[in-house]
Structure formats: C-alpha cells, structure tokens
Ligand binder design. Structure first.
Ligand code: BTN
Length: 328
C-alpha cells in the first residue's frame, strides 16, 4: 500500500467522499483516485464501496476500519511500557518479522513493527500468512534475552497463552490455543505466532516474535482452513487498543519468562488447549504420528499418549482426527 492509498483510506475513515473530493484533497486527478482504489481492491480490500450521496457517486469505508495509529497504540499501553518501546507503523512491508530480521540484533531489541498490509507475510512451516490491507493486525517485537537458547523452550507457549488471554480480556470471548502457538475462537483459527530465534547455548539470544490476528475476513476463501476474525464477534472493538493489548502481552511474556514456573505454564496450557484429550495426528518432517493430546512438557513439547506410552514431539503440524477418522 503506497502513501497515496494510505492517504485515501485516512480521508475515507473520516466519512464518504466523492472521487473529485478525494482528488482535490490529495492533489491528484479523479482518474488517479480510481486507479488507487482499484489497486486497494486488488490487494484484498473490497472497499471502499461506491455509494450514492445525493446525486453524486462516492467512495466509502462501510465499516470502521480503524487505521493503525502509533500515538493511539502508545496511549493504550500501560504507562510503564510507553517509553521503553520504539514503534514503527508501516503502510506496507513484505513481512514485519523480516523487516526486523534484516537489522542487526542489537538495533531491533525493544522495537515494535506494525504494518497495515504485508506483501509476503509468513506463517509457520513455510506457509504464507495472507495479510490484506485492514484485514488483520500484523506486528512483530524484537527482544534480547540474556539466557541461552535452551532456556527459551517455553517462549512460544507463554507468548501464545498471554496473547490468548489478552484477546479474551479485550474482546470478551474465549480464545483457545493450539500447539505450538495458534490462537482459536469457536474452533476456528483466529491468529498465530511466528517466533524466530538466534543465539547460542550460553546467550544472549535474540528473538523476533510475530503475531498475526484476523481483524476482518474480507475474503475467507483466501485462507486454507476455517478461520475466525475479531470483528465478526465484536464489531465495536478498537483496532489500536487490540494491537496495544497484544504488544503488552508479548512484552510481559518476554520479561516474565525466566520467572515462569514450568508447572504453572503447563497447567495454564491445559486449561486453554483446544485439543486437550482429543485424538490428533501430527505431521512432521519424519512422517505422521497419532495419539491423544496429553499437554506439554516443561520445554514446550507436545505430549501424546499412544497406547499407554507417552511420547513428546517438538515440531510438526497438529490436526484433529474427526469422527470418520479423517484429519481436519
Ligand atoms: C502461523 O500461524 O502460521 C503464524 C502466523 C504469523 C503471522 C505474523 S503476521 C506478523 C508477522 N510477520 C510475518 O510475516 N508473520 C508474522
């Protein structure tokens, strides 16, 4: 999304506007306005729609799209956090994780990068994270840990649990987790986390933690599994406040990690786990393993009961086995 497209959305956020009005506001021709609106539609935003205002056809954002606003996000954060983080709000980037990863580790610690849209958003296991303009919250946090990699086994688990709790508090509905760090609402995927770690066994370690949460599913067919969004359940929620809640949750997860007692994390996971006790199949690099979900171990591995024996897996994609025996 270029600067003109962002300016168009900013203008439309204040109310419907005709093509000539937008052209005058932005100092471009009516044809140029139309071209940029077409580009936004092609990027996945089926907005702005064309409406009749008196005799004049115009453009509008029919829903409250809530453009990201660094000032509003900062104000919504707990006071103690406001000045400790550096914010970057981008109209467009390839991936907020990659934007941070391209920098030296020391230069990205304490930096939050958010984008209105990602052109190459990444999910776990090499998947694409569909990131249309105003369709989701896409953000990444850079963080430096004094500990070595071995101490960070529970990081993804703790981040997912804290993000799920923050969303549940802020939005007023239950959010479940699916191993290792997916977020679910009503049995459908609402969001997920992508953690990228660098460092050695003795520390320090550097993490880039990306979170993607569906804000409004304009084109659900673009997502390869049943998906949920936030506005579907709560049309009135404020996008910047939700972004701030996620940021606060990530920072709290990183800061508290060394003090988090593994037993307490395991119990919290059991309570929030979407598939606890269910029969699942885990597809990994060495094939498929099935069993009953039996929680996580103290390093964040997935425990599966298989005919009286418990095994632990540290990677893979979990699918639940439906009544007919098919993995879904
Ligand atoms: C998953 O469930 O597969 C993880 C999705 C993570 C998506 C977020 S969006 C912000 C950050 N930037 C990316 O490219 N990916 C993560």
């Amino acid at each position: 999304m270029n600067a003109v497209q962002l300016a168009l959305l900013e203008a439309l956020q204040r109310g419907p506007r005709s093509g000539p009005e937008l052209g005058r506001l932005l100092g471009i021709s009516r044809a140029a306005v139309w071209k940029q609106i077409q580009a936004l539609r092609q990027a996945g935003l089926p907005l702005p729609g064309r409406v009749r205002r008196g005799a004049m056809a115009g453009y509008t954002l029919p829903t409250d799209c809530g453009l990201l606003d660094a000032g509003a996000i900062r104000r919504a954060l707990p006071a103690a956090l406001r000045d400790r983080l550096r914010f970057e709000v981008l109209a467009e980037t390839d991936s907020t994780n990659d934007t941070l990863l391209r920098r030296p580790a020391a230069a990205r610690a304490g930096v939050i990068c958010l984008a209105e849209t990602q052109t190459a958003g990444r999910g776990r296991r090499g998947r694409t994270w569909y990131s249309p303009p105003l369709g989701g919250i896409y953000l990444s946090l850079g963080w430096r840990f004094a500990d070595g990699l071995g101490m960070l086994g529970l990081l993804g688990i703790v981040c997912a649990l804290d993000c799920a709790a923050a969303l549940a508090r802020g939005c007023g509905f239950a959010v479940k987790v699916k191993w290792p760090n997916d977020l679910y609402r009503d049995g459908r995927k609402l969001g997920g986390l992508l953690l990228e770690l660098q460092g050695g066994p003795n520390g320090p370690c550097d993490a880039v933690i990306g979170v993607g949460v569906n804000w409004r599913l304009y084109r659900p067919a673009m997502i390869d599994r049943p998906a949920a969004d936030l506005t579907g359940a709560r049309p009135d929620i404020d996008r910047n406040s939700v972004a701030a809640a996620l940021i606060a949750a990530l920072v709290a997860a990183c800061e508290s990690l060394p003090q988090r007692e593994p037993g307490a994390v395991q119990r919290a996971w059991d309570k929030a786990d979407l598939y606890r006790g269910r029969r699942v199949v885990v597809s990994g690099s060495s094939g498929k393993t099935s069993g009953l979900v039996a929680g996580i171990d103290d390093r964040g591995g997935l425990r599966l009961d298989r005919d009286g024996e418990t095994i632990t897996l540290y990677g893979g994609e979990v699918s639940v086995i439906g009544a007919g025996g098919a993995a879904v």
